[in-house]
Design a protein around this ligand. Structure first.
Ligand code: BGC
Length: 826
């Protein structure tokens, strides 16, 4: 296919190549009809389809989307620790893509959960790179088996929403290799993703990911052997010429000629080589050919799915229910759960019982087919219960009338199930949370209910960790995460014991925000965000600092109990080239059939000179066991399980010494352990002595230690004020000028209107105002659908710089009139 694409590219004119390397509208590639190259379509992803209806392809991609099934989001699917579930999920998504004639689904999203505050954590898998990689590989293999491509995103180190389009992630090489890159690396090496989506932020040397040659070519292609296409995140392009040279093939969405002149000039003056343009165009052609072939091969597969959209949605809704059950985590239970279906005196309290949260806001928002709440499911199944709202699903403030009615009901009842969670605006793309608390009305009411009713079960709907000040006052907590449209059905299945919970946390729930490793360095300054904690992300840090947590990574209860016996490693003395197998027997010692996630952690010899985490997940297996049944769970460990990234050698290195392998039920429930001895050459230490890193004192890393791991000076955290405005400066920066402040007022006025219009397609966008003002000035042109051109952006920038007012005003007025004329006479 590569050869065919190379051959075809020779037949293209430069104009055609320029068309091919940018989108057509929001979601399509350009067709080249004379060469029979069709246009292909992409759509979000990752846990359902967000395909814009015909005619809905407006410039911002905010048109209405078709109704499809919303599956559990990645926080939950990762918690299933089930590779097969991910494979099945994406196979189903692939079938839906085929039914809706989509060629690429924009997922999986594999950024590491660096802070629980990141607004998109619900879309991401884990704080752990191994788990995240395994999920991403399975997702990719499943989707692509259906003739539909993935776009693994967002490459790379895009771990926050604050200033996501301009900030520089300042990450040391070792943290990149050990924490932030593996999900991409493993997927590229093991699953051949059709496309990789580069992130908005700046990375190595402060260069945008979309034009970062080290990232897009040296690491991705030269080191890992990526053979697919790199697509920009939507609107991530700053300098398109540099992007082509760096390895960014396709710009999305359509930039309406914004860069054409620059590219042509660069080709003419030789700053851009024809070869680089050809390479980008040929990769787009190859993607199109792959999509055509995928569609042809999938014809047989297509026959396996219901043809009628209603039937397809019904089938997939049932699958979404089964999957949701496997993604919910029983965090706490003193035996009160499961409830008996005959249990009398049950009260359901909380607006989330009727209006569950089941997905987050932003580009992944699915126009769901049929949302099932716990309330209506329980009614439909004939369960007896009373209901009081207590607090609404989007309430913040305590409502005394609602609360009083709930407390009265609790007093009269024998058991209360409280349905709580985060309001929709708090799990959203474009906005990080500022704290990890539930709205005050919920915390207050749960404590009050616990004061009058000893039997409280809390059921949560939230995309990321929250604080639970009432955890010690309630008998059980079921974490649903954002479980997709069948959320309520799955909650009832688990609460009433039709199935046993089997998921385990793919991230740590800290006791307080202040405990989190990047506290104080998230979300950073106006220019950069410093990843001072280096490799100490998630449990790697809590273990190193020996900190108590609310619920540890890997934790999750079941209605059964499991014994671990007979841990075996296939070889005790190993070398870096060995692969060993490790196995353990797991017995279901309870009375119900249930699945158990067995985790294998490796503890490396602790060495002052090379700071290492106390242990890291290196394998897992999930087994379903009937009551009394036992099975052996086996994993394979290769040298990566023992290695760290040695920055001096620029390679992975296995230090000699004794390593401990733990078979565990969670990162803090280690059941059995065994040791192996690594026989390898010792390497000289990669750093000078770094006492704070060595002790895991990540909140106190001095500049000199951070610079030592970075290998260069720390770039300035903030831009100077006032700042010389450029295309890459944000509307926020522009407020230093009177016109910038005026623009801000206009945005303030217009934002709620646009957010209201967009509600159907991206959910509750009320928290996204910051994201709009943090957008670079160039985005104004990008999202204008061609109405604002280069000259107008230049004029805007001049005005922001308080220069050339008259000339710039003329350019803007003329441009504005041209735009109005174009719209009116279109
Ligand atoms: C998001 C991507 C998404 C794209 C298209 C961007 O803003 O970051 O994840 O795929 O929009 O909707």
């Amino acid at each position: 296919m590569k050869d065919q694409a190379r051959e075809l590219v020779t037949k293209l004119t430069t104009e055609e190549k320029l068309l091919l390397i940018k989108g057509m509208g929001s979601w399509h590639t350009h067709p080249i009809e004379r060469l029979d190259l069709p246009s292909i379509m992409m759509a979000d992803g990752p846990h359902g389809l967000r395909k814009q209806d015909q005619g809905g392809d407006n410039p911002m991609g905010l048109g209405k989307s078709v109704q499809t099934v919303c599956f559990p989001t990645a926080s939950g699917t990762a918690a299933s620790f089930d590779r097969d579930l991910l494979h099945r999920l994406s196979e189903i998504l692939g079938q839906e893509c085929r039914a809706h004639e989509l060629n690429v689904l924009l997922g999986p999203a594999v950024n590491i959960k660096r802070s629980p505050l990141c607004g998109r954590n619900f879309e991401y898998f884990s704080e752990d790179p191994y788990l995240s990689s395994e999920m991403a590989v399975s997702y990719t293999q499943g989707l692509q088996s259906q003739g539909v491509g993935v776009s693994i995103k967002h490459f790379a180190a895009n771990n926050q929403e604050k200033r996501r389009m301009t900030t520089q992630s300042v990450v040391d090489e070792r943290a990149m290799r050990e924490i932030y890159l593996p999900s991409f690396e493993q997927t590229v090496k093991r699953a051949d993703p059709w496309t990789v989506m580069c992130a908005y932020n700046r990375l190595f040397d402060g260069i945008y990911c979309s034009e970062n040659k080290r990232l897009l070519t040296e690491i991705l292609r030269d080191e890992w052997g990526f053979g697919g296409l790199v697509v920009s995140d939507w609107g991530a392009v700053s300098n398109r010429v540099a992007g082509i040279e760096a390895g960014l093939d396709l710009e999305m969405p359509d930039s309406h000629g914004l860069h054409t002149e620059l590219i042509t000039d660069a080709l003419n003056d030789g700053t851009l080589s024809q070869a680089a343009l050809d390479e980008a165009a040929s990769r787009v052609i190859e993607l199109v050919l792959r999509a055509v072939e995928g569609a042809a091969q999938a014809v047989e597969l297509d026959a396996q799915r219901p043809e009628c959209p209603e039937e397809l949605n019904e089938r997939d809704h049932a699958i979404a229910r089964a999957m949701a059950r496997d993604t919910m985590i029983l965090l706490q239970n003193d035996g009160v759960l499961p409830l008996s279906r005959e249990q009398a005196g049950v009260a359901f309290i909380g607006g989330f019982a009727k209006q569950p949260r089941y997905q987050g806001g932003g580009s992944s928002h699915v126009h769901a087919y049929r949302v099932a709440s716990a309330y209506e499911t329980a009614k439909a199944e004939g369960l007896e219960f009373d209901y009081a709202e207590g607090f609404g699903a989007s309430d913040y403030n305590y409502d005394i009338v609602k609360a009083r009615a709930a407390i009265d009901l609790a007093e009269r009842s024998e058991l209360c199930v409280v349905f709580a969670g985060l309001p929709e605006s708090m799990d959203s793309e474009g906005a990080d949370r500022k704290h990890i608390d539930l709205p005050p009305c919920q915390n207050q009411l749960i404590s009050q209910l616990a004061a009058v009713q000893p039997n409280i079960v809390v059921v949560l709907c939230n995309g990321a960790p929250i604080r639970m000040p009432w955890a010690g006052q309630v008998r059980a907590i079921l974490e649903s995460y954002l479980a997709g449209e069948a959320v309520g059905e799955a909650q009832i299945d688990l609460l009433y014991g039709a199935y046993s919970p089997s998921a385990k946390l793919a991230e740590t729930f800290p006791l307080r925000l202040q405990d989190t490793p990047c506290f104080g360095n998230f979300p950073g300054g106006t220019a950069t965000v410093e990843y001072r904690e280096s490799i100490f992300v998630g449990y790697r840090y809590y273990d190193k600092a020996d900190k108590d947590v609310l619920f540890p990574f890997g934790h999750g209860l079941s209605y059964s109990t499991f014994d671990y016996t007979n841990l075996r490693v296939s070889k005790k003395n190993i070398t870096p080239s060995d692969e060993i197998s490790v196995s353990v027997t797991v017995t279901n010692t309870g009375t119900v059939d249930a699945a158990e996630v067995v985790q294998f952690y490796v503890s490396a010899p602790q060495d002052e000179a090379v700071f290492r985490e106390p242990k890291a997940l290196k394998g897992f297996g999930k087994v379903f066991l009937k009551a009394g049944e036992k099975k052996r769970v086996t994993v394979t460990l290769d040298s990566r399980a023992f290695a760290y990234f040695h920055v001096g050698l620029n390679n992975w290195h296995c230090a000699p010494g004794v390593y401990t392998i733990h078979a565990a039920a969670s990162s803090r429930d280690l059941r059995l352990s065994s040791t192996v001895t690594m026989q390898s050459e010792a390497a000289t230490a990669p750093y000078p002595a770094l006492p704070c890193y060595a002790q895991g004192l990540v909140h106190a890393i001095p500049d000199c230690e951070f610079e030592a791991v970075l290998g260069h000076e720390i770039p300035p955290t903030n831009w100077p004020v006032p700042r010389e405005m450029t295309w890459d400066c944000s509307i926020e920066d522009a407020q230093q000028s009177p016109f910038g402040r005026l623009l801000m007022k206009i945005i303030d006025f217009a934002f709620p209107i646009v957010a209201g219009i967009a509600k159907d397609t991206i959910g509750d966008a009320s928290g996204m105002m910051d994201a709009v003002v943090e957008m670079p000035v160039r985005s104004i042109a990008m999202w204008s659908g061609g109405l604002i051109d280069r000259r107008m952006v230049d004029a805007l920038v001049s005005i922001f710089n308080e220069e050339e007012y008259l000339r710039s005003a003329c350019v803007l007025i003329c441009g504005g009139m041209r735009a109005v004329k174009n719209v009116v006479f279109k």
